[in-house]
Design a protein around this ligand. Structure first.
Ligand SMILES: O=C(O)CCC(=O)C(=O)O
Ligand SMILES: [Fe+2]
Length: 296
């Protein structure tokens, strides 16, 4: 097992849109962009001739946002994705259409000792200049706004070891079947005033497909000087053997010194943070990452 700071989410997927009439366009989308998910589910619905296939209008910014490509979902004939991309097919589940599958999560308070927590805060404040923006282009700004620190070896090891120790308990609490763990990834993220992360899942691309569990350890200075920043975890439903997002969700409070675990395939989002001082030290901080199963 190893920790691995990674920047996979910042990589865009090249998507060639094959449209009726032989037209084609190439766009670059984040792997977990909801538009990409809708494009894939449109193709799946077409393949299964699903009666309820929702008809919609796609509007996708092209030429770095200088133009918009608009087309009706009926005109989408196929997609070429690079790297190859699949939406996750369910295994052995035959729910009745429209059944809501309740998402569950586990949250544990007082995860680090007071001393470890204090050392971590000091470490983060001393390393402010090593944080980089999670947004790489103008497009990303509307989708995810936060800062990230990819290398923090001592604390990554501390968190990953603690997580590894409680994995059997978490897996059983979430009702999952045990799985062989290959790796626990981690990154350190800060959300300041106006920062957010729109709806996504964490294992929707070929690079991330072996992520089974997402964990988020929340920490901040006391007294807390931000509000908002709740994590919403959406319930799911199954359409044509694929998990899709339901309208209902669970709300997780980003409680200081707590850690939350949930399935990486769940759609989730971070609501905007309100931090009036705008001071880095008052941010909503997390060490967050993913537990990967061994590739079969
Ligand atoms: O900060 C959070 O509550 C969740 C972050 C998240 O969804 C992610 O980094 O993938
Ligand atoms: Fe996420």
């Amino acid at each position: 097992m190893s920790t691995n700071s990674q920047q996979i989410e910042n990589k865009k997927v090249k998507v060639q849109l094959l449209l009726a009439g032989g037209h084609q366009y190439t766009v670059y989308l984040n792997p977990d962009d909801p538009v990409l998910h809708s494009l894939l589910t449109t193709i799946v619905a077409r393949a299964y001739k699903q009666e309820s296939a929702s008809h919609c209008l796609f509007q996708i910014p092209i030429y770095e946002g200088h133009s918009a490509l608009s087309f009706a979902s009926e005109n989408l004939v196929g997609l070429v994705t690079e790297p190859p991309l699949w939406i996750q097919q369910t295994e052995n589940i035959q729910p009745v259409a429209n059944d809501i599958l309740n998402s569950s999560y586990v949250q544990i308070d007082n995860f680090l000792s007071p001393n470890e927590h204090e050392r971590l805060i000091k470490y983060v404040l001393a390393n402010k200049s090593n944080f980089v923006s999670t947004s790489t282009s103008t497009n990303d700004q509307n989708y995810r706004r936060s800062m990230v620190l990819y290398s923090f070896p001592d604390f990554a090891e501390l968190i990953v070891n603690k997580i590894q120790n409680i994995m059997p308990d978490i897996i059983s609490k979430l009702g999952m079947s045990p799985f062989p763990i290959s790796q626990i990834e981690s990154q350190l993220t800060s959300h300041n005033d106006g920062n957010f992360y729109k709806i996504h899942n964490d294992n929707g691309s070929s690079d991330t497909a072996t992520r089974e569990l997402t964990y988020v350890y929340y920490f901040n200075r006391e007294p807390k000087r931000f509000s908002g920043g709740e994590l919403l975890i959406y319930d799911s439903k199954v359409e044509n053997n694929f998990y899709v997002k339901a309208e209902s969700f669970k709300t997780v409070e980003p409680r200081n010194n707590s850690v939350v675990f949930f399935l990486s395939r769940y759609m989730h989002e971070v609501l905007p943070v309100n931090c009036p001082s705008k001071a880095f030290a008052d941010s909503r901080f997390t060490i967050n990452g993913w537990v990967r199963r061994e590739a079969s």
